[in-house]
Design a protein around this ligand. Structure first.
Ligand code: ADP
Length: 399
């Protein structure tokens, strides 16, 4: 019972092939530079070395063909025939208000996702290209869509509405949607499992901190608020994204710099955050190193990140009337003990007590709070692909 999970970006296609009898990963890989010179596939059959092949890959359709060839290859493949493949699951960023969970992809679902393109102009088109590529190559295989926005559909109106005239919500669907939902869902469930308590009885704050970062309040298993919004720009400062700014800055800076909306959006998405403040890098490792060698702007960027996350944790603890578990995940959350320490410092007032020794952990599941900490602080590596594979099995195979 094999399930292929696909995550298409504008010039990339990531994949993982699962054997769902034991949830093991048989192979995974990445097609990169699709439509650009120097395209290639990096394919790894579990337990063997990565194979890299340079190919001409003009579009996602060809990229998927190249993936199929790799999966069927005599030497580094893992399938004898495509008949072994039971279903394909896709990561799709935006499903608007249409879907609060994963769904089997039908022509109606595709129409709904096309309708969401204006809400996620950078993400939904490549996600849809992946769906079209699979549909064309394997027309009879069931496909499932798993949406980044779905988990946050449980937010109450007072958390997701913006204080702009209501008719803009009705006309343009402007509201907070939130992202990284599959990751927040996974790590909150896993945290409950690890402490051995039902998710319904727990208040959990999940900090997904990578190139993009978002913080979510998970009350009784449901997302009740999250730091990203209508787009993945707001919240805490990120690698190159500004996070929250006074909205009037945007028109003010556009006027001062004589730049249009598109250029302003580029500034906020690509030139801001850790990179924009430090002037060094969007990668927290570089920023930490620069701060250590006396770069004041790098230190400022680091402090802004910790302070921003701390403020969200405080406000979400209050929103839920207390917090039982604080989870760190994704590139920064899983790997940077320094970031976790910086964020937790000062949270003693709400019962968070980090154990500096236990915090010296990277990329694996661990409790990092002291035994007498009221809040359990954990590191949990995220696994969005596994959630997609499980949902795909549930909807396409077990039905
Ligand atoms: P994405 O959001 O693109 O999926 P990741 O979750 O892979 O990103 O996170 C990437 C980020 O994680 C890097 O930009 C880097 O800042 C951070 N990171 C990874 N390892 C470390 C580390 N050891 N210390 C500090 N930051 C790290």
């Amino acid at each position: 019972m094999k399930v292929l999970v696909i995550n298409c970006g504008s010039s990339s296609l990531k994949y993982q092939l699962f054997d769902m009898t034991d949830e093991s990963v048989l192979a995974k890989g990445l097609v990169e530079r699709i439509g650009i010179e120097g395209a290639r596939i990096k394919h790894t059959k579990t337990g063997t070395d990565t194979v890299i092949q340079n190919r001409e890959i003009p579009n996602h359709k060809v990229a998927f063909k190249v993936v199929v060839e790799a999966l069927l290859d005599e030497n580094h493949g893992v399938l004898k025939s495509l008949d072994e493949l039971a279903a394909v699951g896709h990561r799709v960023v935006h499903a608007g208000e249409r879907y609060a969970g994963s769904v089997i992809i039908t022509p109606d679902v595709i129409d709904a996702l096309e309708e969401c393109v204006p809400l996620a102009p950078l993400h939904n088109p490549p996600n849809l290209m992946g769906i079209y590529a699979v549909t064309e190559a394997l027309p009879n295989i069931p496909q499932v869509g798993v949406f980044d926005t779905a988990f946050h559909q449980t937010m109450p109106g007072y958390a997701y509405m913006y204080g702009v005239p209501y008719h803009y919500y009705e006309k343009y669907k402007v509201r907070r949607y939130g992202f990284h939902g599959t990751s927040h869902f996974y790590v909150s469930r896993r945290a409950a499992e690890l402490v051995g308590k039902p998710i319904e009885s727990l208040n959990i704050i999940t900090c997904h901190m990578g190139n993009g970062s978002s913080i979510t309040a998970v009350e009784g298993g449901k997302s009740i608020d999250t730091s990203m919004g209508f787009s993945p720009l707001p919240g805490v400062i990120m690698g190159t994204r500004s996070g929250d700014v006074d909205p009037l800055l945007i028109s003010y800076l556009s006027d001062q710099e004589a730049i249009d909306n598109k250029a302003m959006s580029h500034v906020l998405n690509k030139e801001s955050g850790l990179l924009g403040i430090s002037g060094v890098s969007s990668d927290l490792r570089d920023v930490e190193e620069a701060a250590d060698s006396g770069n004041r702007r790098a230190k400022l960027a680091e402090d802004m990140l910790y302070y921003g996350v701390k403020k969200y944790i405080g406000s979400y603890a209050v929103a839920m009337g207390g917090v039982d578990i604080l989870v760190f995940t994704a590139g920064i959350g899983e790997n940077s003990a320094r970031a976790r320490e910086g964020i937790c410092k000062g949270l003693e007032c709400m019962g968070v007590k980090l154990d500096p020794e236990k915090n010296k952990v990277r990329g694996k599941e661990a409790v990092i709070s002291a035994d007498d900490s009221e809040v359990t602080v954990m590191v949990i590596p995220t696994d969005e692909e596994l959630v997609i594979a499980r949902d795909t099995k549930k909807l396409a195979i077990d039905r």
